[in-house]
Write a protein that binds this ligand. Structure first.
Ligand SMILES: C[S@@+](CC[C@H](N)C(=O)[O-])C[C@H]1O[C@@H](n2cnc3c(N)ncnc32)[C@H](O)[C@@H]1O
Length: 343
């Protein structure tokens, strides 16, 4: 097919090309070509007749070769059926320069093909890994690299923070970003805040950066997570506000005093630590209790918190909010209960 183009002397080619790109007139889907000492630059049909491009030019028409177009979404990746591409996109998280995917058993045999396609479509990815879920007390993720290169240590941006994460050795999920923000937004100036199961510190560092707490204490049993909280507090300029503690919350927290706000984001285990949190609470302390289960279990947890609070001499707890954080598995939800300790 014949296209409209301008012809410039070869020595004027680069300035002319740059000027056409800047104005949005160059048709970059076609390859420019040379004819003797002239360069032909194909332009879009809406390019004006008279151009101010700083060099002499003539109008010509010519046939141009199309540039092969790189796919920009997985649905355009050669060889992947669109329904497979949609499923992969839905199950994928991008953390820093690493993509993490949950793949159903029936599509696992195609893992390397999917990994290669993702790296091609998202050139900034360094690695693609399959996620087989989080396990054990430290909630670390089982990951297998299917394309690119490890280590699976990367820097993730969330709400203006730069968080160093080690995806194989300490818990982190970008799916909690809204919850991190929601909790940090409630912190009032001067509060003493305890992040009882801090992981690499997304709550602790965000609270310290975006609110005006007097102190933030972050506790975790995982040595790698605690090292990363310290690194993240430093790199985000809040190391004077955040103190990280390595150890079991049951042993560490009783020595830390009373808090205005306690974040309990360990949905599989936090309920067993209600006595510890309520022991570090005063009248008006707000507890963000995360748990996994059906709706009834969140009601039971609120009743249990009330009982333990009364046993410890408080006037019970009030449920300010019961929020579905996300679906954990079919019929099972990740909840957050915001509780206020009563006098
Ligand atoms: C779901 S992760 C929390 C992540 C973090 N709050 C976030 O938003 O990324 C739960 C964390 O609790 C920690 N943990 C488990 N048992 C603990 C305990 N007894 N004392 C302190 N930390 C504990 C794990 O090491 C893990 O980092």
């Amino acid at each position: 097919m014949v296209h409209r183009a301008i012809s410039v002397h070869l020595r004027d080619g680069e300035p002319a090309r740059r000027r056409l790109v800047r104005e949005g007139w160059l048709d970059i889907s076609l390859r420019p070509k040379t004819q003797g000492d002239r360069l032909y630059l194909p332009v879009h049909p809406n390019t004006p007749e008279v151009l101010d491009i700083g060099v002499a030019y003539e109008w010509v028409t010519a046939v141009f070769e199309e540039r092969p177009r790189k796919p920009t979404s997985l649905r355009e990746a050669p060889g992947l059926p669109p329904e497979l591409a949609s499923e992969v996109t839905r199950s994928m998280d991008v953390i820093g320069d690493v993509a993490v995917l949950r793949l159903k058993d029936d599509i696992r045999p195609r893992a390397s093909e999917i990994g290669r396609a993702l790296m091609e479509v998202h050139p900034r990815l360094r690695a693609v890994a399959i996620d087989d879920g989080v396990h054990g007390e430290l909630r670390v993720r089982s990951l297998t690299i299917i394309a690119g290169e490890g280590p699976l240590v990367t820097t993730h941006r969330e709400h203006g923070m730069e968080l160093r994460v080690d995806l194989e050795q300490a818990y982190f999920s970008p799916r909690l970003a809204t919850e991190h923000r929601r909790v940090a937004d409630q912190v009032m100036p001067g509060e003493r805040v305890l992040d009882m199961f801090s992981g690499v510190g997304p709550f602790a560092v965000l609270v310290a950066r975006s609110a005006q707490p007097s102190q933030v204490h972050a506790v975790d049993l995982n040595e790698v997570a605690v090292r990363l909280v310290e690194e993240n507090a430093r790199s985000n300029g809040v190391d004077e506000l955040v103190t990280a503690h390595l150890g079991d919350a049951r042993e560490v927290v009783p020595d830390l005093g009373v808090f205005d706000r306690i974040i309990m984001n360990h949905p599989h285990g936090a309920r067993d630590f209600l006595d510890v949190a309520l022991g570090a609470s005063g009248s008006g302390t707000v507890i963000h209790l995360h748990l996994i289960g059906a709706l009834e279990e969140s009601d039971e947890a609120a009743d249990e918190a009330c009982r333990i609070a009364s046993d410890l001499g408080h006037g019970g707890v009030k449920v300010d909010l019961k929020r579905e954080v996300r679906t954990y598995s079919p019929g099972v939800l990740h909840w957050c209960l915001d509780l206020t300790v009563l006098e």
